[in-house]
Structures are given as C-alpha cells and as structure tokens.
Design a binder for this molecule. Structure first.
Ligand code: GNR
Ligand code: NI
Length: 165
C-alpha cells in the first residue's frame, strides 16, 4: 500500500477527462486500496482518481463516522435525479476552502464495483452530494467552477499564498 500525491488547484491535470474502465484487473484493486489509504489519511470523505493523476473513472467514498463503509464507484452514471440542496463543500485539491454548492438532492446511481460487478444505489444528503462532487472531478470539473470568476480568483490567490508560507 502507498500514499498517493493529491494534485492541487489550479494544476491543469485536474482538468483531464477520465476514461471508462474496461479491464477490471489487479491494478484497479491496488489503485482503489491506495486511494482509500490516501483519502482516509487526508482525511476526506471522497476521492476521485483524477485527483491522484490517474485519468480513469474511479471514485472512492466513505462518509461514515467510523470510516468502515468504503464504497467503490467505477464508471458511474446518474439514472434519476430529484430536488435541489445547497451544501458547504470542501475539496482535497483546494485545502481550506469551503463554499456552498447547489446539487441534486437525491440521485439514483448505476456504477460498477472493483470487480466490475454492476450495482444501483439510491442516495440522498451528503452521500449524494459527495458522489456528484466526485463525478465532476472525472469530467475535469471542480466545485469552484460553480462560483463567480471573482471568487475563484480570490481563492486562487489565497491558495498560492498558503503554499508559499
Ligand atoms: O472530503 C471532502 N469533503 C466534502 C465535503 C462536502 C462535499 C464534498 C466533499 S468531497 C471532499 C473530498 C474531495 O475533494 N473529493 O474529491
Ligand atoms: Ni474534490
């Protein structure tokens, strides 16, 4: 097992669109293990492969308090969506930045596990928000893209300053 390096905004590699996983091999299992290790260590409730510079449609999530409910989400698609909610979001690629983002409240998700087995999941609340946040990463999109240009620039400066210190 190995800790992976997390890319920070505005790294252009975070803008890469991830590819579908077609070959469910040992490497995918190793990657998800390392993603969980990295995500728990950060600590974060979700991690997209994009953030560790692997451009495949792979997400790890665990929103449980005890960190004992790991969820692997590969090749996700949203089948149904309902409602709207605004939640303060954070991102491991933008440390220390928290801003409200509007998302669907409930989603019905179709995805594959690390063995390639298909499953469906009805989610709402934080899990739903987290899945939508991670799916954006796979498209090269970040939560600050929903904010105004002015706010995004302010955040860019704040992060650059924090990095220098
Ligand atoms: O750890 C994380 N917390 C979080 C809080 C609210 C909405 C989304 C998230 S995901 C984030 C980890 C991360 O950056 N995943 O890409
Ligand atoms: Ni994120």
């Amino acid at each position: 097992m190995a800790l992976l390096n997390i890319l920070n905004f505005p790294d252009p590699r975070l803008r890469t669109k991830a590819k579908q996983v077609t070959d469910f091999n040992k490497k995918i299992c190793e990657l998800t293990d390392n993603m969980f290790l990295t995500m728990y260590a950060a600590p974060g409730i979700g991690l997209a492969a994009t953030q560790v510079n692997v451009h495949q449609r792979i997400i790890t999530i665990d929103i449980s308090e005890e960190k004992n409910q790991p969820l692997v989400v590969i090749n996700p698609t949203i089948l149904e969506k309902e409602g709207e909610q605004a939640t303060d979001e954070g991102c491991l690629s933008l440390p220390g930045i928290y801003e409200p983002v509007k998302r669907y409240d409930k989603i019905r998700l179709k995805a594959q596990d690390k063995h390639g087995k298909f499953y469906e999941l009805d989610t709402e609340g934080l899990l739903s928000v987290c899945i939508q946040h991670e799916m954006d990463h796979l498209e090269g999109k970040l939560f600050v893209d929903y904010l105004s240009e002015m706010k995004r620039n302010r955040i860019r400066k704040k992060l650059a300053k924090a990095l220098k210190a």
